[in-house]
Design a protein around this ligand. Structure first.
Ligand code: ATP
Ligand code: MG
Length: 260
């Protein structure tokens, strides 16, 4: 059985997409499941977070996007220091893809995964770049579902609306099976403003908004700098983040299958 492929997205920068991708990967790993992270951001923050260093010989997500070829994703998968977490890394070269005018560009990632046996994994997570550009479209063509990550701020309702519109456009033509799975509130602080904006999002999007919000805690950045899965990080209030990512994973109806 093939796992679900989920895009972790929002065109806004710094909202916690990479933290959520790695937090969910950490929760899956802690549960004894295998996960594949695909870094689709030229910044390569998921790659760095997983302590993987790319050199000129490393196959990356750029190679998946540079030409149309079935199955290239299998060649680019590497193991990471995190137990049960594999990665297709990113490099800065990926930024050049936005300038590629090829007609089939947005289908290349999907084609790269064609025929690839992903059955060892419980889930595939695409860490998306902060834009509504071609890379995001390519991910949305290859994915089964989208998880939007947003901070509860004044722009979040509009920002999620823009992403929703993009998803609707992709569903209309290239990928009718794509679903909008969840909106995740990230970097939540106990301020009046965050409480108000969270309420606003819940009023507009109802059950689509995950019940579990990810709190803003310094342990997230400390674990990232230490390249450590949050479920193995000791200190600060890391336990609160561990619980939040575990609960979040439970809330996402990802049809995560059991792996042997
Ligand atoms: N729950 C959290 N608590 C504290 N800091 C956080 C949390 N989540 C993310 N951060 C920090 O906020 C910054 C941005 O987070 P992250 O890189 O995950 O966002 P992003 O949406 O992936 O950004 P980009 O759009 O640049 O890819 C990072 O320094 C990260 O460590
Ligand atoms: Mg990121």
């Amino acid at each position: 059985m093939q796992p679900r492929k989920i895009a972790v997205a929002n065109q806004k920068g710094g909202v916690g997409k990479t933290a959520t991708t790695l937090g969910l990967a950490s929760a899956l790993s802690a549960a004894g499941k295998h996960v594949l992270v695909v870094d689709m951001d030229p910044q390569g923050n998921a790659t760095t977070g997983l302590n993987v260093v790319v050199d000129e010989n490393t196959l990356t997500s750029f190679d998946l996007m540079a030409r149309t070829q079935e199955g290239t994703a299998a060649d680019a998968v590497i193991a990471t220091p995190w137990d049960r977490v594999d990665l297709i890394p990113a490099s800065v070269a990926l930024a050049n893809i936005e300038a590629d005018g090829a007609n089939d560009l947005i289908f290349r990632l999907d084609v790269a995964f064609e025929g690839v046996d992903l059955s060892p994994y419980s889930l595939v997570l695409f860490d998306c770049p902060p834009s509504l550009g071609k890379l995001l479209f390519a991910v949305l063509c290859a994915a089964d579902g989208v998880v939007a990550v947003t901070e509860p701020t004044i722009d979040s309702v509009r920002g999620v609306g823009n992403l929703e519109e993009t998803i609707r456009n992709v569903v209309r033509r290239p990928n009718p099976g794509l679903t909008f799975d969840k909106i995740i509130l990230s970097r939540r602080r106990n301020t009046g403003e965050h409480t108000y904006r969270e309420q606003e999002l819940r009023e507009v999007y109802g059950d689509l908004v995950a019940r579990t919000a990810i709190p803003e805690l310094a342990a997230r950045q400390d674990a990232h700098s230490a390249h450590t899965p949050i479920h193995e990080f000791r200190g600060g209030r890391a336990i609160a983040l561990q619980l939040a990512y575990t609960d979040l994973l439970g809330e996402l109806d990802l049809s995560v299958k059991e792996t042997a």
